[in-house]
Write a protein that binds this ligand. Structure first.
Ligand code: 4AD
Ligand code: MG
Length: 466
């Protein structure tokens, strides 16, 4: 079996042992003395492994000297201490087997030079070969593992909520239709228009915008559950914070209120910040130097800092009194825009801020009505540099109040919520939860400015390739 590069670089093999490594050529450099230096990457760590290739190999002239960025190779060699700075070990190659040539090096899209992030996005299938996307991929994976570990250690069950659903959790009408209709032979209504209500084997169905409602059913039986999966929003927003397909982490907890949800959000975020600091120091050092200065210090500060908690009403007052001219005017009742959110988290508090108790009219029907009759037990976690990364709430567990909220919504049929109402009819309990936008978390941790660059194949109004 071959060794991964991280194993060699971290000293798993003693000096003098023979190993085989496999990967892709990042660069080749030839010295006058008749040796070549090949920097190899295989995704296992940020650093490349240097292989020193002597000119006495059989295929030196014919093959080694023709290797270009992107070629795949298997290199056999002896592990030696590296005289070069920044790496402890390198390989003295005794054989280089070329596995795959780059057909046309001049047009290889990932040539070893700096590319713009927009350019990389247009080559999403090859961009993981770059430093930056390799680092993003490892950090993303580390963060998802840490999230699963956090909930597992706290006794949560991970549940799979459906991708195809009939319910619009957020009530925002941003659902993608799922259709099995025969386009040649569309069903018609009495009026002759296409009957899209018959979309999915005769019923209506959509891609889910959130697993929350389904997670609630399991919380009201298993007490502590979470979902972590893809969610979809058909909103036509071309911003650095919105994707048409994104991943959401949604814990849901029975016998819990808004404060419990806020504490859970803070504990979870701190846990994952610590995990990524401990496990991906190499990648974070790169982000710190090349993508966003101060990344590591910022994460360290966040891992220890107390999050600020503030009522929506007080947050609005801060925004009104701060004297700053915002693009969107501030008054009680507005749905804060990202400039408002960022002002609070970045300029005013310089810390993550949990805003609680929002006006009911700007929030979803399932949020618990407060005693003032005007606000609901909602919370958003705002992070400096990005704005909202988490949205959550205590859920309305009182059937009569819930029914009144459903009745207030336009074009909603309470019958569609019968299963959701049942949770309030049979052994209802206070419960709460939240949704973390996973790409926003990864963008935040890495300092990458755009959620499109922290998911392998971004889906947005302008991009649904592959
Ligand atoms: O605030 P949202 O819409 O809340 C919900 O969906 C709740 N049902 C969650 C719950 O309580 N279980 O979305 C939650 C988070 C946002 O805070 C944001 O981070 C992210 O999901 N998000 C998006 N991320 C990327 N692209 C989009 N289009 C997003 N829409 C929301
Ligand atoms: Mg929200």
């Amino acid at each position: 079996a071959h060794a991964s590069l991280v194993e060699v670089l971290k000293g798993k093999f003693s000096v003098g042992s023979e190993v085989v490594v496999k990967g892709w050529v990042r660069t080749r450099r030839d010295s006058k003395a008749g040796i070549s230096f090949i920097a190899l990457h295989d995704g296992s760590c940020f650093d490349t492994l240097q292989a020193v290739v002597p000119n006495n190999l059989d295929n030196y002239e014919n093959e080694v000297l023709k290797l270009t960025t992107g070629c795949s190779v298997a290199i056999t060699g002896e592990v030696v201490e590296s005289p070069a700075k920044g790496q402890d070990f390198e390989l003295n190659a005794t054989a280089v087997e070329v596995m795959g040539w780059v057909e046309d090096p001049d047009t290889y899209p990932m040539a070893a030079k700096r590319h713009t992030i927009e350019y990389l996005r247009e080559h999403a299938h090859l961009r993981p070969r770059t430093n930056v996307m390799g680092a993003v991929t490892r950090v993303r994976s580390c963060l998802s593992q840490a999230i699963h570990r956090f909930f597992h250690e706290q006794g949560y069950n991970w549940i799979a909520t459906p991708i195809i659903t009939a319910s619009d959790c957020e009530g925002a009408g941003e659902m993608f239709r799922v259709s099995t209709l025969d386009m040649e032979n569309l069903p018609r209504t009495d009026k002759g228009t296409v009957d899209y209500d018959k979309d999915f084997f005769g019923k209506e169905a959509f891609l889910t915008v959130s697993g929350q409602l389904n997670a609630e059913t399991y919380a009201c039986a298993m007490s502590k559950v979470y979902t972590f999966g893809p969610t979809f929003r058909a909103e036509n927003s071309n911003t650095s914070r919105h994707l048409a397909e994104f991943w959401m982490v949604e814990p849901e907890v029975a016998f819990a209120d808004l404060d419990d949800a806020a504490k859970l959000a803070e504990d979870m975020l701190k846990y994952v910040f610590k995990a990524v600091l401990a496990e991906r120091a190499d990648d974070l050092a790169f982000f710190d130097q090349r993508i966003s200065k101060g990344t590591i210090e910022r994460l360290q500060k966040l891992a220890d800092a107390d999050f600020v908690q503030i009522d929506y009403t007080d947050a609005i007052e801060i925004l009104e009194k701060c004297g700053k001219k915002f693009e969107y005017p501030v008054s009680w009742g507005i749905d804060m825009s990202s400039e408002h959110e960022r002002y609070l988290a970045e300029e005013h508090f310089d810390a993550p801020v949990i805003v609680k108790n929002y006006p009911k009219d700007i929030k979803a029907f399932y949020m618990r009505l407060n005693d003032d009759g005007k606000t609901v037990a909602a919370m958003d976690v705002l992070a400096p540099g990005i704005g909202e990364i988490i949205g959550g709430a205590q859920r309305e567990e009182r059937l009569d109040v819930l029914d009144a909220r459903i009745a207030e919504m336009e074009d909603q049929d309470p019958a569609d919520y019968s299963w959701y109402r049942d949770l309030r009819r049979y052994g209802t309990v206070p419960h709460a939860g939240f949704g973390l936008g996973f790409e926003r978390l990864v963008a935040y941790v890495t300092g990458m400015g755009n959620v499109r660059d922290v998911i392998a194949f971004p889906r947005s109004p302008r991009n649904a390739e592959y």
